[in-house]
Design a protein around this ligand. Structure first.
Ligand code: TA6
Length: 279
């Protein structure tokens, strides 16, 4: 089993994959905070002003939103999974891939917020040029429960206004900024103001293009894609973001947020987001 190391005061593991690829995952929230496919260029945004404390959300990385997405319910925003310590179950590394599995199960603390027996596992896998993040949820109890969830991925960009997100043309979305639903008619999403959209039924693979870089984004069993950038004012209002942080990030999230997933006793669900370096 891989040793943990101290990452801003929190225990973390470093996964070493093929061809110098590496990823760093905190036990707090099973939160991936870094992915360097070639060992050098960072693809994940992490705020240097983030809190790193149990009970507080990390700003950046890949927050695991569970069992509630955003403020769509009575729980703390994005649920409690990102605020809790997960258990490291297994790390496997060979010449072709590296995988870590972390687990969170119900406890007195979760039962107080959400009275259900559950087990969640986050499986992070690295292969050459590729990162897979899979969330599995099972119901070991004897009553059904429902949940919403997202992998709230903060992609790192050099300059958000120069980035283009392709693959969403013709897709219907709901905008939290305007409160309206509409169909995306642009060839690419270009972010030059606040954006907070839930795109429905996004079966296409997406591509995030920047000067000299391109990233493929794909999800399975997570029908919604959420695209978020707080832009200048909201970013300034966030204590855990540097003022210009919004320029270096774009959240492209895989979610199951519109129709809550219902898990019968002994049932099991999984959803996955895959990132692939194309250039
Ligand atoms: O996924 C988009 C979103 O729900 C936005 O509405 C925005 O608030 C963001 O997540 C960040 O949420 P947080 O609770 O981490 O500040």
């Amino acid at each position: 089993m891989t040793d943990t190391f101290d990452f801003n005061g929190l225990p973390a593991i470093r996964l070493q994959g093929p061809k110098s690829s590496e990823a760093t995952v905190l036990l707090h929230g099973a939160h991936l905070v870094s992915w360097k496919p070639d060992g050098r260029s960072e693809r994940i945004f992490l705020s240097e002003k983030s809190a790193f404390e149990i009970g507080q959300a990390v700003r950046g990385g890949i927050p695991v939103c569970f069992p509630q997405f955003s403020d769509r319910g009575p729980l703390p925003a994005h649920g409690f999974a990102r605020l809790m310590n997960w258990q490291l179950m297994e790390v496997t590394q060979d010449k072709d891939h590296a995988t870590a599995t972390l687990r969170l199960a119900d406890s007195a603390a979760t039962q107080k917020l959400w009275p259900h027996a559950f087990a969640a596992e986050l499986i992070v896998s690295l292969t050459e040029n590729r990162l897979d993040v899979e969330l599995e949820v099972s119901n070991p109890g004897d009553t059904p429960f429902t949940f919403t969830t997202a992998l709230h991925t903060y992609l790192r960009v050099d300059e958000v206004e120069d980035a283009q997100l392709e693959g969403l043309r013709g897709q219907r979305y709901w905008s939290k900024v305007t409160g309206q639903s509409q169909v995306d008619t642009g060839t690419a999403v270009i972010v030059d103001q606040e954006i907070d959209r839930v795109y429905f039924e996004t079966a296409n693979a997406l591509m995030l293009k920047e000067y000299g870089r391109a990233l493929g984004i794909h999800s399975e069993n997570m029908p919604e894609t959420i695209v978020w950038n707080p832009w200048e004012q909201r970013c300034k209002d966030m204590a855990d973001m540097p003022d210009s942080g919004f320029r270096r990030m774009l959240c492209v999230e895989a979610g199951a947020v519109e129709t809550p997933i219902e898990l019968a006793p002994q049932a099991h669900w999984w959803g996955r987001q895959t990132l692939v370096v194309l250039a």
